[in-house]
Design a protein around this ligand. Structure first.
Ligand code: UDX
Length: 442
């Protein structure tokens, strides 16, 4: 079965490589020639565990191809996946430019029946929009189906999420297209993956509902952590105990500086935005977003409080810049906002991240980038742990203490135990972990 994937970004590349691994014949298309030339050589534009091996294998075995020739790729394929970017536009609306362009291209070059599937997260109603655009540009009327097949891929675990998903969601208008889509995922029947088969609009809704619910869970536990800080309770015990209730579940209850990345911030706002346009006020989505924004400011307050209420002229070492570990992705990373605000207040910033420094250099000015954790500590008045990379979990704390001007650590990811840190002689604070009393006691 021939598949064409339009867009070789994160979603397109992972999906294309995984479908090739499923045994399909896949052509990935992009309009950027340089990107395609690199991909043909097996040079990837992103860092994702396991992807290199899959791309190399697909290329070697001839099931994965890369091209800028959209006309040919469309012609050959029975199923075309739209996996182009859907960036945030004005006021939380989604910028549909790239989806529209791809729909127009497909319409122009389509000469026989095609299944057109959206994989990018697209606003509710996009399937209908794509149908209308294709019909408007088709040189002659050709039958086609539009389906919605949202991805639920976590960066850093995308291959695993594709190969062993919790569920596959397929929304379509006709049985023929649904049968073709199910066929593409047939290897997943062997591992008894649940399939949710529904209409396109519902499938589009599912993606937003899932991401907004997860974002809400994070904002909820962050609010609880903020309250724990004030009443001197431990949010980890709260999270564990409530999470043991199977109706709640333990995952996504880890407090911190708030969610970042390319999905949650954008999707939550986008859902709230198009709901409002549809005349429905989504109060929980809006609140999840507001709490998330405020959380960054709270983290700055925490840092400032540990430096006697004033960071001006002080040097602050920051460990971790990406929005989460195991990625160089800094989109909407809390560390960036926190650093910018500390700089605004007159702090000098030293920073280290295992892979995200080149990306951070593009957006953060006047930061002294360091070669490792310890050189970040050296001469700093406080150490901020902003992303929980594994290597930051195993720091030589004695060495950290010796290198810092004073033993102050603000652990925004709750990596360390407050009791241990106190015993080691640190002035330490975390998020909702009964460390506040000790801050003021010290
Ligand atoms: C997410 C969804 O998980 C995925 O299903 C969707 O398709 C795309 O968006 P991703 O953005 O890669 O994936 O990251 P994820 O691992 O879900 O983390 C998102 C953010 O939430 C990170 O900034 C992370 O630090 C934060 N987070 C996550 C918390 O602060 N607490 C938690 O308990 C979990």
């Amino acid at each position: 079965m021939h598949i064409c994937v339009m867009g070789t970004g994160y979603v397109g590349l992972v999906s294309g490589a995984c479908f090739a691994e499923f045994g399909m014949q896949v052509t990935c298309c992009d309009i950027i020639p340089e990107k395609i030339e690199n991909l043909k050589e097996g040079i990837l534009p992103i860092h994702e565990p396991g992807l290199q091996e899959l791309v190399d294998k697909g290329l070697r075995e001839g099931r994965l191809n890369f091209t800028t020739d959209q006309a040919k790729a469309i012609e050959q394929a029975l199923t075309i996946f739209i996996a182009v970017g859907t960036p945030a536009g004005e006021d939380g609306a989604t910028d549909m430019r790239y989806v529209d362009d791809v729909a127009d291209t497909i319409g122009q070059y389509m000469h026989d029946y095609k299944v057109i599937a959206t994989k990018s997260t697209v606003p509710v109603g996009t399937a209908k929009r794509i149908r209308a655009r294709i019909e408007a540009v088709q040189p002659e009327p050709v039958e086609f189906s539009v389906v919605s097949n949202p991805e639920f891929l976590r960066e850093g675990a995308a291959i695993e999420d594709f190969m062993r998903p919790n569920r596959v969601v397929i929304g379509g208008e006709d049985q023929h297209a649904l049968a073709i889509m199910k066929e593409l995922y047939s290897p997943l029947y062997l591992i008894e993956t649940p399939f949710v088969i529904t209409d396109t609009t519902t499938a589009e809704m599912i993606k937003y509902a899932a991401n907004t619910f997860l974002a809400m869970k994070i904002s909820f536990i962050n609010e609880m952590a903020n309250l724990c800080d004030v009443v001197d309770a431990d949010v980890h015990d709260v999270a564990r105990a409530i999470g043991l209730d199977q109706r709640i579940g333990r995952k996504f209850l880890h407090p911190g500086p708030g969610y970042g990345g390319s999905c949650f911030p954008k999707d939550v706002q986008s859902l709230a935005h198009f709901a409002q346009e549809a005349g429905v006020k989504l109060q929980l989505a809006t609140a999840a977003h507001e709490v998330n924004q405020q959380q960054r400011g709270r983290m700055v307050e925490k840092i400032t409080a540990m430096l006697d209420g004033n960071v001006a002229g002080k040097t602050i070492g920051v460990l971790g810049l990406s929005f989460k570990p195991n990625t160089d992705d800094i989109r909407e990373a809390p560390a960036l906002d926190i650093i910018a605000e500390l700089q605004q207040q007159g702090a000098h910033i030293k920073a280290y991240d295992p892979v995200a420094i080149p990306a951070a250099q593009q957006v953060l000015r006047d930061v002294e980038y360091c070669k490792d954790s310890y050189s970040t500590c050296s001469g700093s008045d406080a150490l901020v742990l902003a992303t929980e990379w594994n290597q930051f979990r195993a720091l030589d704390l004695k060495r950290v203490q010796a290198l810092l001007n004073q033993p102050v650590m603000i652990d925004l990811r709750n990596v360390y135990e407050p009791e241990t840190m106190k015993r080691l002689g640190f002035r330490y604070t975390a998020v909702g972990r009964r460390s506040r009393q000790r801050d003021s006691a010290n």
